[in-house]
Design a protein around this ligand. Structure first.
Ligand code: GYE
Length: 305
């Protein structure tokens, strides 16, 4: 595309170019999300310029600036963290390139900086995790000691999953979060941080991990400490990727709140509309469910990611 020096990106036909700045490859969720975006771009006949920021905001900002220079039709990205986007998004706006937030939100007060935000309600996910816990321990009056593995500091899903969970369990003082630290949404950090939790606390009842990968890493640490995950320590995670669902079906995880990474088809749809100057919904919510071990067993054979 773009042999005409006058119009590098927005050619007259309906082929559009999307510049997508991805967070990185920190988790199974992210891998499935990348695959969904790449495959659906191909299916939709969209040219995709894909950049992997390796977890760094500065790399995402660089990628967005390069998409502006290349004059793509639409910029989409999944913000590593919530804050610090106004300047670069203003640059996109000045260049008249529409932006679609994918998966994660930003905390800017200027809503004109993006056309649409497609993704999950992370506060709701945290609440669902909390509600399961309240129900699970309804007959117990003794304290319930919880440790929490948070996602990437400053990321919307980390902030919101923490907040939603905290709000629900605050209703009952028996629930105590005795330790809460980031595990960066990765298996390695999840394992490492769980090891330190286990060293400083011998009374952990529950682990709440903001994603499956950290939960899976923590399971290794729990087993290495001679404890049984899912029994000695009950585990709640978020995402419901295949490895998480497998651990759930084996009873090593007790409950998973689903967060769908399959945002590709909807993103292509939105991008085409936005590029054609059509108005789109400012907020597109992903539909999600929750899984118990029995439900995981049933869902696993059909699970695509
Ligand atoms: O839950 C986690 C990933 O932003 C919803 O990022 C996404 C989160 C997902 O690394 O596994």
């Amino acid at each position: 595309c773009g042999d005409d020096s006058g119009d590098a990106g927005g050619s007259g036909d309906d082929q559009i170019t999307i510049g997508f700045a991805q967070v990185g490859a920190e988790s199974g969720w992210r891998t499935a999300n990348t695959k969904s975006i790449q495959e659906s771009a191909k299916e939709a006949g969209v040219e995709l310029k894909f950049s992997d920021a390796q977890g760094k905001q500065e790399n995402q900002i660089k990628a967005i600036r390069s998409f502006i220079t290349q004059r793509v039709d639409v910029i989409a990205f999944s913000p590593v963290v919530e804050s610090g986007w106004d300047t670069v998004l203003k640059e996109a706006q000045d260049a008249e390139i529409p932006v679609i937030l994918t998966d994660r939100a930003i905390d800017s007060t200027d809503e004109t900086l993006y056309e649409s935000f497609i993704g999950s309600d992370f506060v709701l996910e945290g609440k669902k995790a909390g509600e399961w816990l309240v129900d699970e321990y309804q007959d117990q009056s003794d304290p319930v000691n919880i440790v929490e593995l948070q996602g990437t500091p400053g990321a919307a899903p980390a902030n919101d999953r923490k907040a939603g969970f905290a709000e629900v369990i605050a209703a009952e003082p028996k629930f105590k979060v005795i330790a809460s630290q980031t595990g960066q949404f990765t298996r390695t950090d999840g394992k490492q941080v769980m090891e330190t939790f286990l060293k400083s606390h011998d009374d952990i009842d529950v682990l709440y991990a903001h994603n499956d990968d950290m939960g899976l890493g923590a399971i290794e640490a729990i087993e290495a400490a001679g404890l049984t995950p899912g029994k000695d320590i009950e585990i709640i995670t978020v995402d419901a990727v295949k490895d998480g669902m497998t651990a759930l079906s084996e009873g090593k995880i007790n409950f998973i709140v689903e967060c769908s990474p399959l945002l590709g088809p909807q993103l292509m749809d939105l991008a085409k509309k936005v590029a054609a100057g059509e108005s789109v919904e400012k907020r597109v919510l992903t539909e999600e469910t929750t899984f118990t071990p029995e439900q995981a067993k049933e869902a696993l054979p059909e699970r695509k990611y």
